[in-house]
Design a protein around this ligand. Structure first.
Ligand code: HEC
Length: 296
């Protein structure tokens, strides 16, 4: 095999190996970065949702509950879940947040809008089974779009909640008038009744990560190709062409052409080789002369 071919094969193997290794490493890093980005978004929104819940619960409800108790109109705006859902509906009106979603996905909800779908029900069941589990997250596709979800268990920790969620008899009449007496009852203290779940669109973030990975790999490929071309040119000019010439001259000398010359050589390893050949050529010439002068 020719030296050029060997060098090129080795370079190409190193090149492919390099691209594979750096590609895998880079894609892992970008994937983790994208996951962190969606997780951070989901966490931030979850905190906002909880702040809205807390505000509604601590500040709004005490103001409005007496009215509901008195049997006047039931004011849904005083209910944390309602307030949070509505705040998110307003947020979703902004184009860039159109696919963000907050839901208190409940197995047996007062408002059927909060009903857990099959996927969310499974999450609630999981929280019920695995007591220590504080959150689950992952990806799911809703109407063709990839969404990242982050879910937490929703546990009834406060007995006051049961006023409206245990039996219709105990609930404010005005609540029954609005929501009926079929749904959202029979909850118990320390029950996990729902999962607080937040959906963040993930497609764009992951598409960006992929694009960045391909861009860097593309640049690497260009650099590697440039290296291979440069090495080839150098190899041909500085080494192979000169070795060929020395081989040619050596061949001429071997068939008796003592006028063949190595020409001017650089002072490097190949130059030294030519120099050594030259000395050999002179020694050969002297030896031949001696032979022809003393034919005995
Ligand atoms: C004054 C009555 C009342 C009290 C007190 C109350 N809730 Fe509710 N809750 C409701 C109503 C009504 C809804 C439905 C709101 C809507 O339209 O989204 C609701 C909704 C919910 C939901 C969403 C699922 C569903 O049923 O639609 C959860 C979860 C929930 N409440 C938990 C709690 C917790 C926890 C507490 C105590 C901190 C509490 N509630 C106290 C009346 C009440």
């Amino acid at each position: 095999m020719k030296i050029g071919t060997k060098v090129n094969i080795i370079l190409i193997i190193v090149f492919i190996g390099g691209i594979l290794i750096s590609g895998t490493a880079l894609s892992n890093v970008m994937q983790t970065k994208a996951e962190n980005e969606v997780t951070t978004k989901a966490l931030t929104l979850m905190q906002v949702a909880n702040s809205v819940r807390k505000y509604t619960n601590d500040r709004i409800q005490p103001l409005l509950l007496p009215k509901a108790e008195a049997g006047e109109q039931f004011i849904a705006e005083s209910i944390p879940t309602y307030a949070t859902r509505e705040v998110f509906e307003i947020l979703r009106k902004n184009k860039q947040f159109g696919n963000f979603l907050y839901k208190d996905a409940t197995l047996n909800p007062t408002n059927l809008r909060d009903k857990a779908d099959a996927f969310e029900s499974q999450i609630v069941q999981r929280f019920r089974k695995e007591a220590g589990l504080t959150s689950v997250s992952g990806f799911r596709t809703i109407s063709g779009e990839d969404l990242f979800y982050s879910a937490r268990p929703f546990k009834i920790e406060d007995a006051t909640c049961l006023r409206c969620h245990s039996t219709p008899a105990e609930a404010p009449k005005s609540q029954l008038a609005t929501y009926g007496s079929q749904n959202g009852f029979g909850w118990k203290l320390n029950d996990i009744v729902a999962t607080q779940i937040i959906y963040v669109p993930a497609e764009q973030i992951f598409a960006n990560a992929h694009r960045a990975t391909f861009l860097v790999l593309g640049v690497l490929a260009i650099i590697f190709t440039a290296i291979i071309i440069t090495v080839n040119i150098l190899l041909r000019k500085a080494v192979l062409a000169r070795i060929k010439r020395i081989a040619h001259v050596a061949e001429q000398v071997s068939v008796g052409d003592m006028n063949a010359s190595f020409g001017k050589q650089d002072k490097d390893e190949i130059g030294a080789l030519a120099e050594a050949f030259n000395r050999m050529k002179y020694s050969l010439e002297i030896a031949l002369n001696m032979l022809s002068n003393n034919p005995k």
